[in-house]
Design a protein around this ligand. Structure first.
Ligand code: 5RP
Length: 230
């Protein structure tokens, strides 16, 4: 059922696509549907240049024949379509469940219109139910983890903070070679303050709070697509 909704949300976002656009391609199982659909449009004659947000998305897009470029080559993007782990009513997001949050945020920040696609389970009243991914440098990861724990406590966030592991039991490595902490806060009551405090920690590379970046979300719930934002 969720897979069907993911596809529906991805299809709904195709109204955002125009000839000649520079498009950021998100990462994850929902973004994967959008990439697949863009591949179809390219085969039918859509002219576009796309910037992938992960190695996995780059592989998929390349296999589909989607024209790709580095973000540095194209500068700003017209549109980015990406998934999310949580979307609140103000279109603030938690992202990074798939571990691509750093490139996703760099690409989103260089985009005129960031669009989120998701199934209805991602809609929340308040951010924090999904563990917040925090990307950290592997150097002195223990020291950085303790600093993150202190910042969380000072920001009124409780809950466990764990180092993400791969299936082989080793620390999960992002495309940039960093670690990820997953912080199960339950409720993030002051996301802006938490965001700033986390970024003040030297070993924190980036975190999965995407605040004020998303313009519109297409959320599909049991076959019905709702648009949030404009
Ligand atoms: C990857 C992400 C994904 O967009 C997010 O985790 C949602 O993934 P999915 O569509 O598979 O539920 O932020 O870093």
């Amino acid at each position: 059922m969720h897979e069907n909704d993911k596809r529906l949300a991805a299809k709904a976002a195709l109204v955002e696509v125009r000839q000649g656009m520079k498009i950021g391609l998100g990462t994850g199982s929902t973004a994967c549907h959008f990439v697949d659909l863009v591949g179809g449009l390219v085969r039918e004659g859509l002219a576009c240049v796309c910037v992938p947000t992960s190695v996995a998305t780059e592989r998929q897009a390349r296999a589909l024949g989607i024209p790709l470029a580095e973000l540095d080559e194209v500068g700003r993007l017209d549109l980015t379509v990406d998934g999310a782990d949580e979307v609140d009513p103000a279109l603030n997001l938690i992202k990074g469940g798939g571990g691509a949050l750093l490139r996703e945020k760099i690409v989103a920040a260089a985009t005129d219109r960031m669009v989120v696609i998701a199934d209805g389970t991602k809609k929340v009243d308040h951010l924090g139910r999904f563990p917040l991914p925090i990307e950290i440098n592997p150097f002195a990861a223990g020291t950085t983890t303790r600093a993150v724990q202190n910042v969380a406590r000072q920001s009124g966030c409780r809950g466990s903070i764990v180092l993400r592991e791969s299936a082989d039991g080793h620390p999960f490595l992002t495309d940039g070679g960093h670690f990820i902490l997953d912080a199960s806060f339950g409720l993030i009551s002051a996301p802006e303050a938490l965001s700033r405090a986390l970024l003040d920690i030297p070993g924190v590379v980036q975190h999965g709070l995407f605040l004020g970046m998303c313009k519109v979300a297409y959320l599909a719930d049991n076959g019905t697509v709702t648009q949030l934002g404009a």
